[in-house]
Design a protein around this ligand. Structure first.
Ligand SMILES: [Zn+2]
Length: 442
């Protein structure tokens, strides 16, 4: 694997993944910024400088490209994507061609600074297959006290050298695997959204992520022994997800309800032994929950059963929904947005009955599609456990059933993106389904 084909019209023009691809960087810079003699400014941390930065600098100098003194952050667990670092990078990156050498955090900082300076793109040299955010438009940065996705263009060029990516701490690779595996239940959510007419399947974007997803995720045990093909597949899968988001200008191809759980936990600043679990690790538990929810609703219940539970449940009125929002999100940064979104999508009366009829009519067809789409809960759990990803609430510092109930309710309020959580709300079957899902985690 080397140069990966990318659909035209994206912000990213080149994606190079494979063995010993760092020497291609000088030619890539010349190709993507022709007739441009601005010096390069590299941004790395002390670890990524050692594993790749220094080598890239030597290659650039040997190719006659001017390189100014690099910005090297401390390689510490305390170094996060905070906005103050964007401010710090503005001056050094001005008038330069930026090259980031690092994983998600450094890439996001350079991505956003490049955007703010109005620079025409940057090159990202990835050092870990840890997130799908390398190639997405937008950077996850903590600003004004909370994490937000700040808009910015994706990298013009992305390079991932197998030998470099394989030296990353394995926990980062495991987190990347979980973030890629999340596209399986996220695809399930999209199938559900398609069935109710909320978000039709996009004929170009869907196969970009889903066509080879199970192949990319195959043989996780080989990641443990540094198998080159598996590492390249994982990185390629993460990049393709980013390209799909660029193409659709939306994160639907990459994220469903499993990411909504992760957003809630992020907002609540959950910790295990004082440390925040990585994005991929939160998404791993989110993916297990949403897979279990889909299996319970679509594989273990008939449409008739759901209709009966629904008839027995008290109706979800706007007043009750307000009370739930108070209970889950009052006083948080998400309260205001959730109130608008959750109330706007709340169906009542005739509209609700019509939706329930549609869910009833589509139940068996969706069950069939989901059987083909999903990795079964037990298999997903086995793979995560094999790689050291969390498979229980306790491993990310939470407990069942309190956090399961709270997070399910809260996650269903925060985005206008149709998922299995909306199916639960519209059928009004959350308590009995959650009781079953809780058993899987106890
Ligand atoms: Zn993600």
């Amino acid at each position: 694997m080397a140069t990966i084909p990318i659909p035209s019209g994206l912000q990213t023009h080149k994606c190079v993944i494979g063995n010993d691809v760092l020497p291609e960087i000088p030619a890539l810079l010349r190709e993507c910024w022709p007739e441009d003699d601005r010096p390069v400014r590299m941004v790395a941390d002390t670890n990524t400088w050692k594993v790749a930065g220094q080598r890239v600098q030597e290659l650039l100098l040997a190719a006659g490209i001017e390189v100014d003194t690099p910005v090297i952050f401390p390689g510490s667990v305390l170094f996060h994507a905070e906005y103050k670092y964007v401010e710090l990078l503005r001056e050094p990156l001005k008038g330069h061609r930026p090259v980031s050498v690092g994983s998600g955090t450094l890439n996001d900082l350079v991505k956003r600074t490049t955007e703010e300076l109005g620079i025409d793109g940057y090159l990202s040299c990835a050092t870990a297959g840890s997130v799908d955010g390398y190639t997405s438009a937008g950077a996850a940065i903590t600003k004004d006290g909370f994490k937000q996705t700040l808009p910015c263009a994706a990298p013009l060029v992305i390079v991932a050298d197998n030998a470099v990516v394989r030296t990353a701490p394995f926990e980062m690779t495991a987190a990347g695997y979980a973030d890629l595996a999340a596209k399986v239940p996220a695809g399930g959510d999209w199938l559900i959204a398609d069935a109710v007419g909320a978000t039709p399947i996009h004929p170009v974007v869907w196969p970009m992520v889903q066509e080879h997803l199970l192949e990319w995720l195959d043989h996780p045990e080989k990641l443990l022994v540094g198998d080159e093909t598996c590492y390249a597949n994982l990185f390629n899968g993460l990049c393709q997800t980013g390209f799909a988001m660029q193409y659709m200008k939306d994160s639907r191809p990459a994220s469903g309800a499993e990411h909504l759980y992760s957003h809630i936990w992020e907002m609540r600043d959950i910790r295990k032994d004082g440390v925040q679990p990585s994005h991929g690790f939160k998404v791993a538990v989110g993916s297990l929950i949403t897979t279990a929810l889909m299996e319970e609703v679509y594989f273990h219940c008939s449409a008739e059963e759901l209709r009966q539970w629904s008839a027995e449940a008290p109706e979800l009125t706007p007043e009750r929904r307000h009370a739930q929002i108070d209970q889950c999100l009052k006083g948080t940064t998400m309260e205001e947005g959730a109130r608008k979104i959750a109330l706007a999508k709340l169906l009542t009366g005739e509209a609700l009955r019509e939706r329930q009829e549609l869910l009833y009519a589509k139940h068996d067809e969706l069950a069939e599609k989901l059987r083909r789409q999903l990795l079964p809960f037990e298999e997903l759990k086995r793979r995560f456990a094999l790689l050291g990803c969390p498979t229980s609430f306790e491993e990310i510092g939470l407990n069942v059933p309190e956090w399961l109930e709270y997070s399910t309710l809260a996650a269903g309020m925060i985005r206008n993106r149709y998922t299995i959580l909306d199916v639960l709300t519209e059928w009004n079957i959350t308590p009995p389904i959650l009781a079953r899902v809780a058993k899987r985690f106890s």
